[in-house]
Design a protein around this ligand. Structure first.
Ligand code: FES
Ligand code: FES
Length: 143
């Protein structure tokens, strides 16, 4: 996989120095466990939601550089966002994976744009965002 150099540096930085890696106590946060069906890699995302806003997020997981860096970026980007804003961001990310030219307030995410040419890697990059969508759905249903 050939990615632009700058993009590759951003991705490797998140992979080697993941933001928000860790766990909350189970009763403090919503926990979503997902795996990537194509490789079996896993992510466990936890998010704290207060007054309709994601106040904090953490993850642990096993996966490739694309999946783990994407989780690192996503958990950083959603902090302080409302559930609607977080969902909009997940939609935008789907657009990025379809090759749309979208911009993110949290610019590091744009480093994953080159992944859209590699279908297997799109699944890697999207894993954390699918966990986010599930976490939002779960929170909306359970208040
Ligand atoms: Fe994830 Fe190759 S490392 S598809
Ligand atoms: Fe498994 Fe990328 S190869 S998540």
């Amino acid at each position: 996989m050939q990615l632009d150099d700058l993009y590759r540096r951003v991705i490797m930085d998140h992979y080697k120095n993941p933001r928000n890696r860790g766990k909350f106590d189970a009763d403090e946060a919503v926990t979503i466990d997902l795996n990537n069906p194509t490789c079996g890699d896993k992510i466990s995302l936890q998010m704290k939601v207060e007054d309709g806003m994601v106040s904090d997020a953490k993850f642990i997981g096993e996966g490739c550089s694309i999946s783990l860096s994407s989780a690192s970026m996503m958990t950083d980007a959603v902090k302080g966002k409302t559930l609607e804003e977080a969902l909009d961001m997940a939609e935008k990310f789907s657009g990025l994976m379809k090759g749309e030219a979208v911009e993110f307030e949290y610019e590091d995410i744009e480093a994953l744009s080159g992944v859209n040419k590699f279908p297997a890697r799109i699944k890697c990059a999207t894993l954390a965002w699918n966990a986010l969508r599930k976490g939002i759905e779960h929170t909306k249903q359970n208040g």
